[in-house]
Ligand binder design. Sequence first.
Ligand SMILES: [Zn+2]
Length: 402
Amino acid sequence: MILNDVKIIENGSLVKRDIELKHGRIRKISKSLPKGENCAGKLLIPGFANAHTHMASRLISGLGLGLSKFTFFTKVGFKAHRLRTKEDVYNAALLAGIEFLKSGVTNVLTMDVHPKPVIKALEKLGLNYLSGYPLKDKYEEAQNIENSFKMIEQLNKEHKDKIYVGLANEVECSPKLIRQALEFAKEHDLQVHMHAAETRDEVVKIKKATGKRTINYLESLGFLDYDVSLAHCTYIDIGETLLLSGHGVPVIHCPTCNYEISRKIPNTKLMLEHKINVGLGTDEFPWNPNPDIRSEALKAISLGKISVSDAFNMLWNGHALWEEAGIFEGAPANLLLIDLWKVRPYKEIERLYLNILKNNCINSVLINGEYKLKNYKLVEKINEKELEAKVKKAKQKILGKL
Ligand SMILES: [Zn+2]
């Protein structure tokens, strides 16, 4: 596929180029290539990564608002897990995936108690994904760990390079389980992803049990030496920030959920100063009913007092969990076509980025070189209205039984 006369950002300015896409990658960037698709008036940028979410929770969107993490899970979350069917989970994940696509997401990391129907939805939409199951051996929903590892092994066989080892969090996983998970990940060459230092409660519990702050505790388990990434890190201090930086551990920032649950977000300014790779995630639908990853970037700016470019880059930083994203020859063709007339004025890059965050301007989304969204419409034939109605109905069913 050749895209003619498309604008790209080069050294802080917009330049016109022809781009050839082949075998899922950018093959050539040139001033002149044979005639293909006319993309005049459009800007080509890499797709965004939603690097921490729970897609199945789309089913119970908004039900956590006003509730603490603990109250929500004991009163709503765990019950909802038991009340939903596989079909409910599939429909919720499919709807979430469509919403993500429309907001420019090409890569998703999701953590779900029922991963199979979520994976089915992700594959139907053709999104790049990493799927994980939250291992835990303490408190409610604690699992038979041996069976859980078997399930992950099986999933990894069926969906090579798309599965990671998920750990619920530092409190619900024993040190033994964390060590086991790290060894399992090493043996199967998988990444590990976990929630950490999300709420004050959890940090206090770890301090009480181990005498250590969360990241120091994880370091003592050898956690930071593996291929790991952490969601949140809302309550970490400068020493812990330096540890994450020194070990090159990416952090996924979920400002909406952090703020909704704790009225606090992590010190991303400090993280960026110490060169931590900070990506973005929409996290749990119960506290964040807005599936648009761009609103996380806007929140990262307003709550974290960081620059527009820093926040915008966070939309791309999550790609570190897959591979480097960018507009260069050899890059994966996970791309967005932006309608430039909808993001005026766009000469200054900061203004351009801010306008992309605020406007309905994502004309098309390509994943691995193929259109998944074209002219604001989903390419895959799915009756979106019907799907939305099904998810709403399933939510009502669950609400009725809570
Ligand atoms: Zn989460």
